[in-house]
Design a binder for this molecule. Structure first.
Ligand SMILES: [Zn+2]
Length: 389
């Protein structure tokens, strides 16, 4: 307590000498501690004015909390990111902007806010930050808010944001080795952290998490010999490794997730689906996205939400006694035969099979995709009308 007061007194002397003023109203103190009430004796002043003690303080855009957690900081960042994203929505609402440009805009205007200073807080799970990213993808494809994240990101060829945060953390840590140690407070903090985790296995701090991240991704040698790393060569390799690990887990999770029964058949590799770029008309693009991501009202999907047994999610438009799934709707149900004749190439309809359905929905021919979208729009209208009546 005395130490800080002495420093404040020295600052006052210095400022008086150089005719500088400190705005005491805007000056705050945060007492970092592990919970508990603050000792009432804690008081500090500057030039006779008491300085307010606060729980949180926004310093250069990052909220520091007295408990040392950065949850508050990520809440603030996600709020700011959401506002930037809404702005982007309203500006591009009536435009048919290509998908890759929309993602570029998101990365420039929104992601730069969401990732702000993530070298420090990036080990947090930060679901509030991820939510903004998910919301953007869902809005872009105009799919339901309940759409599964595994299929959503795969469809867009996007990765969860923690991957880029982890890349930035490692880059930052490696750069600390090359900065001038005598000028860098951080260098000494990290050096102390390294010392403490090497002498006590149970210590958990930023440096121990860096070590774990490198070990878990198969780069323990980088932890052991960081000085020998060429950062510019290593970082892309590290990013690729984190993505590969994600894709590996993605495959496992896709296979165990029952709601993705159709998607795991149509999505063979983890890249942005081609139709998203082929179809420049937003309306058609979104119709195909809805069909692929099960963001529709067919019984197979609505029954899942109403917890109807899978075998009972039947089509009520015909008497084939089939499940009303995407395949039945697009290629089989006789109720839409006329529309099918008009919009779906005969090759797919004749001897229809799930295999043909998959090749239709994965088609890279613009005319086929547009017709498929038109079929879905008109067949849905017919279906809705029957269901209303
Ligand atoms: Zn039917």
């Amino acid at each position: 307590m005395e130490g800080l007061q002495n420093s404040l007194n020295s600052l006052e002397q210095y400022c008086n000498k150089w005719k500088l003023t400190v705005n005491v109203q805007k000056t705050k103190i945060v007492v970092f501690r592990k919970g508990g009430a603050l000792n009432r004796q804690y008081r500090w002043s500057y030039a006779g004015n008491e300085i307010e003690i606060v729980q949180n303080f926004n310093y250069l855009g990052i909220v520091f909390s007295s408990g040392g957690s950065f949850v508050q900081a990520t809440n603030t960042l996600s709020g700011k990111g959401l506002r930037a994203m809404n702005m982007l929505f309203s500006v591009t609402k009536n435009l048919h902007t290509p998908i890759h440009i929309m993602f570029n805009l998101f990365d420039s205007y929104v992601l730069s806010i969401l990732n702000y200073n993530c070298e420090v807080w990036g080990f947090l799970k930060a679901e509030n930050i991820e939510r903004v990213h998910k919301k953007f993808c869902k809005w872009l494809l105009n799919v339901k808010m309940t759409t599964n994240t595994l299929s959503l990101y795969a469809e867009c060829g996007r990765f969860p944001l923690y991957i880029e945060r982890h890349v930035r953390i490692i880059k930052y840590r490696l750069k600390l080795n090359t900065s001038k140690s005598e000028n860098c407070i951080l260098y000494h903090i990290v050096k102390n952290q390294r010392y403490s985790i090497e002498h006590n296995q149970n210590v958990s701090n930023w440096t121990s998490k860096v070590r774990k991240l490198l070990q878990d991704s198969g780069f323990e040698e980088i932890w052991l010999f960081p000085e020998s790393v060429n950062i510019n060569m290593f970082i892309p390799e590290f990013r690729l490794r984190l993505r590969d690990i994600y894709i590996q887990n993605w495959r496992t999770n896709m296979n165990t997730c029952t709601s993705l029964y159709i998607y795991r058949e149509i999505k063979l590799s983890y890249v942005k689906s081609e139709y998203l770029e082929i179809l420049d008309n937003k309306k058609y693009r979104n119709v195909i996205a809805k069909l692929r991501l099960s963001s529709h009202n067919l019984a197979i999907e609505t029954g899942r939400h109403r917890q109807v047994d899978r075998s009972q999610r039947k089509c009520t438009m015909c008497d084939l006694n089939d499940l009303e799934d995407e395949f039945h709707f697009v290629l089989k149900c006789p109720y839409y035969s006329n529309l099918r004749q008009q919009f779906i190439p005969r090759y797919y309809v004749r001897h229809q099979s799930v295999f043909k359905f998959i090749s239709l929905i994965n088609s890279d021919r613009k005319s086929v995709l547009i017709k498929l979208a038109k079929f879905c729009i008109q067949a849905s209208e017919v279906r809705n009308q029957v269901n209303i009546n």
